[in-house]
Design a protein around this ligand. Structure first.
Ligand code: NAD
Length: 505
């Protein structure tokens, strides 16, 4: 089988121009108390453009005293923001959505420069960000407690109060979406925030903080600091941070959980996955193939809930393999700024090497590898989308999260067998099933151990539905009504209308 991948030749000049327009060299990368300020840490890191491999700028890390200043600003702002009515907060969040819509083109270009993802996808990500602000604008005035009738004239009520200062730490694969998913509900609930984006993709979080200010968020309610593990860890240890909301890998999630347990800080963890997609013989094949493509090659496969283990029933295995290979051949890898490109560059040289080493290990363990080679397109971090055939459950590439454009295809016979194999993982983020037998569809997703499940589709998202994992994929939920529970505390008030009874009187 010849496996030729179309790609659009990268215009280095064009992309550099896009990067230069962002004025990255002159930006002040901390945003504290409503003002951009230069970080004062002694360490610094380079920001690389994944599609060209070129250095965009050098960013100084935030020092501990920068983080302290951000937390202090958030504490000051909390006094005002936590007492702001739901309707007033809604107006600010709606304004944010409007500004994001107006600036969506420019933000999408910046997202593509920063994350290497194709421009069509960046536009989609910006939309998910303004959807999120508009959704939580709608919810903000509805956040309320409960009235509970007690005996006689007595009664009780509950208050949903903000938690306080939220420390938010993001991953690099969905920079603006992750920022929106954390900032919009946190603010809607009356919290104030110190946000640390991934050092690999800090651009749009900073821009979003500026947009939030323009939309009417009071100074200090949203602060941005920069840095790597040490900065994130300091935020988690900070005694005045009341909650950590984290998106990232399982090992770092475990570290954060341990640190936070010292002070019983509230924590939400959105971590990694190795999700199954189960395709039964009665599935509509074209839809199942499209879903497997969506479930593996969005954002160069760097998606936490991707369906990287595709289980296909024995009788349709060969047909599926032919169709999926045909589908993968049509993927356009190349300049992510080109509208025709469907897959861009991986995030870094180091990450590309890691993904390629998984492809090598699968080959050594007996998989048939389709694609999966490094692509020379300028100095960018490109690779061919990859399908691993003849896979076994015990292969390293099938067990571990690769976080790249690598799909493992596995054969199964019966429903009971596939359910057991699909659940034999420490992860529990997502899953999906394709079948025309709806009873079976519901039965299978009920049995799958993952926080988000699809029947007859995959990787469709919308802010109205809760998102989050089971098992080592984390805890807590983002989006939907569920997010409100994770950004508020519940207080109970008991009201006595008569005299106080006691046996001690
Ligand atoms: P990572 O865990 O390496 O880093 C995530 C963030 O944590 C970064 O901002 C990093 O600087 C910071 N950090 C690193 N060490 C820290 C420490 N000791 N204390 C505090 N902060 C620390 O993850 P990544 O490589 O940026 O992202 C990829 C991972 O994220 C994958 O495993 C992916 O599955 C996961 N992810 C999950 C979701 C989800 O919603 N479940 C979404 C996107 C990505």
């Amino acid at each position: 089988m010849s496996r030729l991948f179309k790609f659009v030749k990268l215009s280095q000049q064009n992309v550099s121009c896009q990067a230069m327009n962002l004025n990255l060299q002159s930006r002040k990368w901390n945003f504290i108390n409503g003002t951009p300020v230069a970080p004062t840490g002694h360490e610094s890191f380079y920001l690389f453009e994944p599609s060209t491999g070129s250095i965009l700028c050098q960013i100084d890390e935030s020092s501990k005293s920068d983080v302290d200043a951000a937390v202090r600003a958030a504490q000051q702002a909390f006094k005002l923001w936590s007492r702001t009515s739901g309707l007033e907060k809604a107006e600010v969040l709606r304004n944010t959505g409007k500004l994001l819509r107006e600036r969506s083109k420019e933000l999408a270009v910046a997202e593509t420069v920063d994350a290497g993802k194709p421009i069509w996808e960046s536009k989609w990500d910006i939309q998910t960000a303004f959807d999120c602000f508009e959704y939580f604008a709608g919810l903000s005035p509805t956040i309320s407690g409960q009235h509970i009738k007690l005996s006689g004239d007595n009664w009780a009520y509950t208050i949903r109060q903000p938690i306080g200062i939220v420390g938010a730490i993001g991953a690099w694969n969905y920079p603006i979406q992750i920022a929106a998913w954390k900032l919009a509900p946190a603010l809607a609930c009356g919290n104030t925030v110190v946000f640390k984006p991934s050092p690999l993709t800090p651009i749009n979080t900073l821009t979003l903080a500026e947009i939030l200010k323009e939309a009417g968020v009071p100074d200090g309610a949203v602060n941005v600091v920069q840095g790597q593990a040490a900065t994130g860890q300091y935020m988690c240890e900070h005694p005045d941070v009341n909650k950590i909301t984290f998106t990232g890998s399982v090992p770092v999630g475990k570290t954060i959980s341990k640190i936070a347990s010292e002070s019983l800080k509230r924590v939400t963890l959105e971590l990694g996955g190795k999700s199954p997609l189960i395709i039964f013989e009665d599935a509509v094949m074209k839809n199942a193939v499209n879903a497997a493509l969506m479930g593996n090659f969005l954002s160069q496969g760097q998606v936490c809930n991707n369906a990287t283990r595709v289980f296909v029933q024995e009788s349709i295995y060969d047909q599926f393999v032919d169709m999926i290979c045909e589908g993968v051949e049509k993927i356009n890898v190349g300049n992510p700024h080109d509208e025709q490109t469907t897959m861009g560059a991986l995030i870094s040289e180091q990450h590309l090497d890691k993904v390629l080493s998984y492809v090598d290990s699968a080959a050594r363990e007996g998989a048939v590898v389709v694609g999966g080679k490094r692509m020379k397109i300028g100095e960018g971090y490109f690779m061919e989308p990859c399908v691993l055939l003849n896979c076994r459950d015990d292969m390293k590439a099938v067990r571990e999260e690769i976080f790249g454009p690598v799909m493992s295809v596995l054969k199964f016979c019966t429903e009971d067998e596939v359910l057991e194999r699909a659940n034999a993982t420490k992860f529990g983020l997502a899953g999906g099933v394709f079948t025309e037998n709806l009873a079976r569809g519901h039965r299978v997703v009920a049995g799958l151990q993952g926080g988000v499940q699809w029947i007859n589709n995959y990787n469709t998202f919308t802010v109205e539905v809760p998102f989050g994992g089971l098992k080592e994929s984390g805890y807590g939920r983002e989006n939907g009504l569920a997010a409100i529970e994770h950004f508020t505390e519940l207080k109970t008030v008991l009201v006595e209308s008569g005299d106080v009874w006691t046996p001690f009187d």
